[in-house]
Design a protein around this ligand. Structure first.
Ligand code: TRH
Length: 377
């Protein structure tokens, strides 16, 4: 019998919670032969990532994963061997009681948000004993040895490299999306939260010496984009030109195709957690819009990541990318930092590939979870 895993996901906002748990669930089922159930409280956030899913189904199978609507009134189910509570989403009380009554204890793991802060390795894998006798383990993804690593499918890098080596595959993919860039144009993708710095970046791009084709999937940045373009709407597929900049709106695509967009681009602006990690596997220079937290806690995380990421860059290139990221996350003017980044383009591109390969030396997060369970039993 397969080892059973229950993953609980509560959709707070956006797509990150479901994006990470859906990716993890699929990989555990596909690569580790596990029986995986994914409990999601709001399936409407799941459908854009997996369009064949049914937002109203209480149970459905998608890509080897049993996807369950997490009902408000919990109906008893058998507790799995491993229980993942994603991002502290709070398991149903009745499920906790069933966990207590289970003859052989289940491994209960709280999967935490990704952070590059240096305390992460020290806290990864630590238990917390509760007054009711249940024990919860804390599992931290991360970039350094001693953390839980990053989500990465076993064949991801090989698929990405094959795609990037094959201009016809890239062209066919882009054409199917209705994207026909000028052959000389540099391709940039833009996935971000609202950002008052966008106008200055777009102005710099439109006045640049190099043609840029900017791809913008539907999302929260759209209003700022419309404002700068001075248009009322930009339906998916529509193209607008300003100076050397071509802007094209895209639909929100399934998760696998979003990877291909990142692989196709020369530079990717990403946000949150999952697209941020996928951009690293795409091995292209990137710009991260971090998810804002109360009391500006996100700045510490942003700077912790930058401190790691710039290792190996020349001081000038490190400064350029750091300034760009800080300006973007402050919603500040991007003109100077973007021009500085352009001056170090080759170096930043080579660095992105190096960073990707270095990160791929770590065990991936799904593998690390499976090993954690094996060591626990
Ligand atoms: O949507 P996000 O802003 O999610 C955020 C973060 O995860 C944040 O840490 C969390 O606290 C908050 O949600 C609640 O960004 P993220 O993490 O990149 O998730 C986006 C997902 O959407 C990711 O799996 C990629 C996917 N995606 C597509 O599948 N198709 C698309 O066209 C695009 C643009 C994204």
């Amino acid at each position: 019998m397969k080892v059973s895993w229950d993953i609980f996901c509560s959709v707070v906002d956006n797509y990150g919670d479901i994006g990470v748990t859906w990716r993890l669930a699929r990989q555990l089922a596909a690569e580790h032969d596990l029986a995986v159930r994914l409990w999601v409280d709001d399936l409407r956030a799941f459908v854009p990532l997996c369009p064949e899913a049914d937002a109203t189904a209480s149970e459905q199978w998608q890509q080897g994963v049993e996807v369950r609507q997490w009902p408000q009134v919990w109906a008893a189910v058998e507790v799995a061997d491993v229980v993942i509570e994603a991002f502290g989403c709070k398991l149903p009380e009745a499920y906790l009681r069933a966990m207590k009554e289970r003859v052989s204890p289940a491994l209960w793991i709280n999967l935490e948000y990704l952070s590059a802060e240096d305390w992460v390795a020290g806290c990864h894998g630590l238990p917390s004993l509760r007054p009711d006798g249940l024990k919860r383990m804390f599992f931290f993804p991360g970039f350094e040895a001693g953390t839980g690593g990053l989500l990465r499918e076993g064949d991801l890098l090989a698929r990405r490299q094959a795609f990037q080596r094959d201009p016809l595959a890239r062209q066919a993919f882009l054409q199917a999306l209705g994207v026909f860039p000028d052959p000389q144009a540099r391709l940039i993708s833009l996935f971000a939260y609202e950002n008052t710095g966008l106008a200055s970046w777009l102005s710099a791009l439109s006045a640049g010496h190099r043609a840029t084709h900017l791809l913008v999937p539907q999302g929260r940045i759209m209003a700022d984009l419309l404002h700068w373009l001075d248009v009322e709407a930009l339906p998916p597929g529509t193209v607008e030109r300003r100076g050397t900049l071509t802007v094209q709106a895209l639909p929100f695509v399934r998760q696998e195709d979003y990877d291909r967009i990142l692989w196709s681009c020369d530079f990717n602006a990403v946000r949150g957690e999952d697209s941020f990690v996928r951009a690293q596997w795409a091995a292209r220079p990137m710009l991260w819009h971090i998810y804002q937290q109360e009391e500006d806690a996100h700045w510490v995380k942003l700077k912790a990541f930058l401190a790691l990421y710039v290792n190996g860059l020349s001081p000038a290139a490190a400064q350029a990318i750091t300034d760009l990221w800080l300006a973007w996350n402050a919603g500040a003017d991007m003109t100077k930092s973007w021009n500085d980044v352009e001056e170090h383009w080759e170096q930043l591109s080579a660095h992105a590939e190096r960073w990707c390969l270095q990160q791929a030396n770590q065990a991936d997060l799904a593998q690390a979870l499976v090993l954690f369970y094996r060591n626990w039993i």
